[in-house]
Design a protein around this ligand. Structure first.
Ligand SMILES: Nc1ncnc2c1ncn2[C@@H]1O[C@H](COP(=O)(O)OP(=O)(O)OP(=O)(O)O)[C@@H](O)[C@H]1O
Length: 409
């Protein structure tokens, strides 16, 4: 246990702790030259006042999509007298057409944005501003899949191009959701996918390269050995080639070494850091699921908690659930929250997504019970999964939760 004095003393482990934060943007992004070049090519026409092709950037989490895009935005912004005006928008915060429009206005016309105008006024102000001197507005929508009325947003942004006489709008969409394409209206799909760029997961040796250079800056000399870096790279490659995961583990290993009063990171610190980060990641995955997948997962958690029909029928301890009962629970839960439940076809997609994320497993029941039906099992502890979901869905407010939840069956 560290005392306050220990905490205030100069660290024996870290030189620049902030360099190890996943939010830190390094000066150089290694192994992504060709991806950076593709983004540069998409943005190059806008520098000269021409509308480039919209670009959709896809790749698993931690593959460098945001960092590379922001890097190119930085490059463009540093070129004087160019025609591009870029808005980088984190859709987790700006998650509706109105909020996105408002953010664009506040980026470029800050005095206007505070006046409480409606969407139509914002639209007109924006088109006027673009036309004024033939600007190209580049709207970068990071985590685009979480925008609630995305088809409307894409329609509005593309409509600007036909409403204005000069200038234009280019959209860059970024997402790590595999099923995203299927949820889009065909018109939005063809607009957004004018060109596509896929970020592949990093290989272990690439992750090693990334964390080696971060470790050299972030840690004091000789604190982290090569064996530790190799171990962490292999663990992150197993996690889907996720650079963010490797950085999280690296800084966690440093913190553990510090807490344990060491002057260097030992393998046991790294092993423990990987274990903790793997645990955290599951809950991060849950927190970033789209809303209806969360509702399906929450239905699974609730039924697992109270014991589903299977348990009652078999008088057993197994916590398998019938897919049909999960769907029914999901429907009543959605109703209680005044949301329209999706069709069974969508529901089956959600179940496959949750299974792909490793949160549940599902399998055919065989002939024995209720003919052929699908059984579902939650793979993570009910209590913690429930807490994460409740915080997300109901902001952790118990009264609100009580209002929307259907009675236990
Ligand atoms: N090529 C690279 N060189 C150095 N650092 C990198 C590189 N790629 C990713 N990183 C680091 O990994 C972390 C995650 O990267 P980033 O946020 O760009 O991933 P992402 O693909 O946008 O992930 P998500 O889909 O989860 O948003 C950041 O801290 C970033 O600095």
């Amino acid at each position: 246990m560290q005392t306050l004095n220990d905490l205030l003393a100069e660290s024996k482990i870290f030189a620049k702790r902030e360099v190890l934060s996943p939010h830190y943007t390094p000066q150089k992004l290694i192994f992504r030259e060709s991806e950076i070049n593709s983004i540069e090519r998409a943005l190059a026409p806008s520098l000269k006042g021409q509308r480039g092709r919209n670009l959709f950037v896809y790749g698993k989490t931690g593959t460098g999509k945001t960092s590379c895009t922001r890097y190119v935005i930085g490059e463009v912004n540093s070129i004087p007298n160019n025609k591009a005006r870029i808005s980088y928008i984190n859709c987790r915060i700006y998650n509706s057409r109105f909020r996105v429009l408002n953010k664009i206005i506040s980026d470029h016309l800050p005095t206007y944005s505070k006046r409480g105008y409606g969407a139509v006024d914002l639209y007109e102000k924006l088109t006027g501003w673009i036309e004024e001197d033939s600007k190209i507005l580049v709207v970068t929508l990071d985590e685009i899949d979480v925008v609630k009325d995305l088809d409307d947003l894409i329609y509005t942004l593309t409509r600007i191009n036909s409403d204005i006489k000069a200038g234009g709008v280019t959209i860059i969409g970024i997402s790590n959701k595999v099923s995203f394409k299927e949820e889009l209206d065909p018109r939005s799909l063809s607009t957004l996918y004018e060109s596509e760029l896929v970020f592949a997961p990093y290989h272990p040796d690439e992750i090693y390269g990334i964390i080696k250079s971060r470790a050299a800056e972030g840690f004091k000399k000789d604190v982290v050995g090569d064996d530790i870096l190799k171990y962490i790279s292999a663990a992150a490659a197993k996690e889907g080639g996720d650079a963010r995961f490797s950085l999280k583990v690296l800084s966690k290993a440093g913190e553990l070494a510090e807490e344990r009063g060491r002057t260097a990171v030992l393998m046991e610190d790294a092993v423990e850091a990987v274990r903790q980060a793997e645990n955290d990641i599951v809950y991060d995955v849950i927190a970033t699921l789209p809303e209806h997948q969360k509702l399906v997962l929450y239905s699974i958690v609730m039924l697992t908690d109270s014991g589903g029909t299977y348990k009652k029928l078999t008088d057993g301890v197994d916590t398998y659930l019938f897919s049909g009962e999960v769907y029914n629970r999901y429907k009543s839960l959605s109703e209680g929250m005044h949301k329209s439940a999706k069709s069974e076809r969508w529901y089956r997609n959600y179940v496959s997504e949750l299974e792909m994320q490793g949160l549940i497993m599902s399998f055919d029941s065989g002939k024995g019970i209720r003919g052929h039906t699908k059984l579902i099992k939650l793979l993570y502890p009910t209590k913690k999964t429930k807490a994460v979901l409740e915080k997300d869905l109901f902001g952790g407010a118990a009264e609100q939760r009580a209002q929307v939840l259907p009675d236990e069956e």
